[in-house]
Ligand binder design. Sequence first.
Ligand code: ATP
Ligand code: MG
Ligand code: MG
Length: 370
Amino acid sequence: PSMLGILGGGQLGRMFAVAAKTMGYRVTVLDPDANAPAAQFADVHLCAPFNDAAALKTLAQTCAAVTTEFENVNADAMRELARTTRVSPSGDCVAIAQDRIVEKSWINKAGLPTAPYLAIESVEDIQVELSPYLPGILKTARLGYDGKGQVRVSTAEEARAAYANLGGQACVLEKMLELKLEVSAIVTRVSSAQMAVFPVAENSHENGILDVSIVPARIAPALAASAQQMAQSLAEALDYVGVLAVEFFVLADDSLVVNEIAPRPHNSGHYTLTACLTDQFQQQVRAMCGLLPGRTDLLSPVVMVNLLGDVWKEDGREPNWDVLAEAPNAQLHLYGKKQARPGRKMGHFNVMAATADEALEQAEALKDTL
Ligand code: ATP
Ligand code: MG
Ligand code: MG
């Protein structure tokens, strides 16, 4: 069987490896962590830094196709791999998703709205009139996730001080919008003719980290369809190959604004593991191999609850998983991480019910009893 390679062996790499193995492929994972969650499902674990020349050469020479589980890989390394083997998404697309300034300009170029923002590449850029972006959020252009690298500012003085505090690195100052809801749409694209988009998820966050996804999102069907359409047109504009997640804000007037993209399966798509005809990791495998995307039909309303290290007991004991085992409509998924830390994504569970509201009520009750 063909060997598939992935850069990164976290939980997304692990779920990718499970899907690929189930579909009959062999898997090579590149991750410097000997205990990487994906390692136990990999046929080959290249335990080396992401820029390790020998490891990248092995990936190029032994893998029929290579993908990534996170955006902060070296885009040049991906371009280099692409000289020898199939690489998706492309290094170019990953580079776009790595930098909020580049990302937002692509989103706008594709004809889609973002929050009003100011690109700040040097200290001169922030000496302009800032009122169109205030109150706002100053976000580092690179390397931010789970709300890290973000400062909320209400005045120009605060914005300039926060920029200096971040060490003068490139940032965007984004106007704080009043959000009615947040939703996401995940699209799989192999070519213009071969695209599939998952049902839209409604996402709620806790301390900047995804907490719960509710599917179908409790928005008008036409609005959901328009989010799906926007995600697809963005994938088309980027000539994207692979799984692309698009996060949206729903504003008070029911308009949609693109927040950001992720060039990979997404936490808000974990519901697809139990509730869709094809899940997002199977789609990743299909797309990287140039196969048709699978059907994305929703089999049941579903709610996904993230399990962060915070739900572990003070003394490190695991939560009481029995309550989930005793709920026949719940599925627990643990990522095999040994150390639980606050904010660390340890697992998730999906609850299926007749309606999204019912699934949400049960999911919250279950979480409370863990
Ligand atoms: P992720 O882990 O999703 O990559 P991130 O660190 O890249 O997160 P963002 O998605 O930019 O961060 O922002 C995190 C959250 O902060 C958003 O989901 C939203 O709740 C809030 N937020 C971000 N930008 C804005 C904005 N312009 N107006 C209002 N709320 C915002
Ligand atoms: Mg992000
Ligand atoms: Mg986000």
